[in-house]
Design a protein around this ligand. Structure first.
Ligand SMILES: [Zn+2]
Length: 201
């Protein structure tokens, strides 16, 4: 539970659990409620990120950023964790400097790990591209299957994966590839009605 440590009106230092301000006499109950609501939002957002419910977490975090009394470092930490969970390396790096010094080492490490996974994914993508050019579609499809397990936030990876899955007639995977592209809001126009051309699975 978040505790008001100073009067929101006159900034007088408060004792824990004070019902009114000793400086200006303001009733502190409504302010304590806002603090409690804010604290519960922060807790919910953390849980949702852990559970992978990233859209819900994002909705709460964007609402939190509109509340005036949120600690900017706490907000930056939540935004940075969300960016890491969304595999948005650029945004996570940008937010890192605004996170509290205590949290920076852990998040820096996670960012480095994500960067390594992205590099590995790029390598697999290049290998799969070579396989595809040689007509080795099954091998390419396998390489892309591993690739997106390491990094899944780049539509270009899903596009190559989908082409290879189509070549191999892996239709269940093609449907999943399309869902992944839709989640990234990145389905190419040429594939808007692809489902209607696929055999049912
Ligand atoms: Zn006061």
């Amino acid at each position: 539970m978040l505790v008001l440590d100073a009067c929101p009106l006159c900034r007088t230092t408060l004792k824990e659990g004070a019902g009114s301000c000793p400086g200006c006499g303001a009733d502190l109950a409504p302010w304590s409620n806002i603090a409690a609501i804010t604290a519960s939002y922060i807790g919910n957002a953390r849980e949702l990120i852990t559970e992978g419910e990233l859209e819900k977490a994002e909705a709460i975090i964007s609402r939190l950023s509109q509340l005036s009394d949120v600690d900017p470092q706490v907000l930056a930490s939540l935004q940075c964790k969300l960016a890491l969970a969304c595999q948005d390396i650029g945004r996570a790096r940008e937010l890192l400097s605004r996170v509290s010094p205590a949290e920076q080492p852990v998040l820096t490490e996670q960012l480095a790990e994500l960067g390594q996974r992205e590099m590995l994914a790029r390598e697999l993508y290049n290998q799969a591209l070579t396989s595809a050019r040689r007509g080795e579609y099954v091998r390419g499809a396998r390489q892309m299957e591993i690739c997106v397990r390491h990094f899944s936030a780049d539509p270009a990876l899903w596009e190559l994966k989908l082409k290879l899955d189509l070549k191999c007639a892996y239709y269940v995977r093609v449907y999943a590839d399309l869902r992944a592209l839709d989640k990234l809001n990145a389905r190419p126009a040429a594939w808007l009605n692809l489902e209607s051309m696929l055999p049912p699975v």
